[in-house]
Design a protein. Structure first.
Length: 139
């Protein structure tokens, strides 16, 4: 009867103790200051610029600025200058000299009697080092 087995006193089975295996210690490699500096500099991983950059801002004024090595992007509202700089450098492989950020406010629009709002956005103008280019619109 298997049901009544739960009332029987169980005897303890001795457990064999295994000797711990010897593990060789691995010595950490010595890192130079330059390598550590690179890790600190690249806080944003390669290919993660999409979290900050929405899309290139294509307008007449933006195309005039492109001749002066300045490129315009729409960015997410919580992005700051350093994040934008790192994201553009990782996404396009260029060196950024400076970044300017502009908050474009929301605007009221009407269609007949109905009123609505055109949403605002954040825009970033990035100045690229001389001799480098970003091709925003493939030809």
């Amino acid at each position: 009867m298997a049901i009544l087995d739960i009332f029987k006193k169980k005897t303890a089975v001795p457990v064999k103790k295994e000797k711990p295996k010897k593990v060789k210690e691995i010595k950490p490699e010595k890192k130079t200051v330059k390598e550590e500096g690179l890790k600190i500099k690249k806080a944003i991983k390669i290919g993660e610029g999409y979290k900050i950059l929405r899309n290139p801002h294509v307008a007449e004024k933006a195309s005039d600025l492109a001749e002066k090595n300045q490129y315009t992007f729409r960015v997410f509202g919580r992005a700051n200058k350093t994040e934008v700089k790192k994201a553009i450098e990782n996404a396009y492989g260029v060196e950024i000299v400076s970044v300017k950020i502009i908050n474009v406010s929301a605007k009221e629009r009407r269609i007949g009697k109905t009123k609505g709002m055109k949403p605002g956005y954040k825009k970033a103008i990035a100045k690229v080092k001389k001799g480098q280019k970003i091709e925003l619109l493939p030809r």
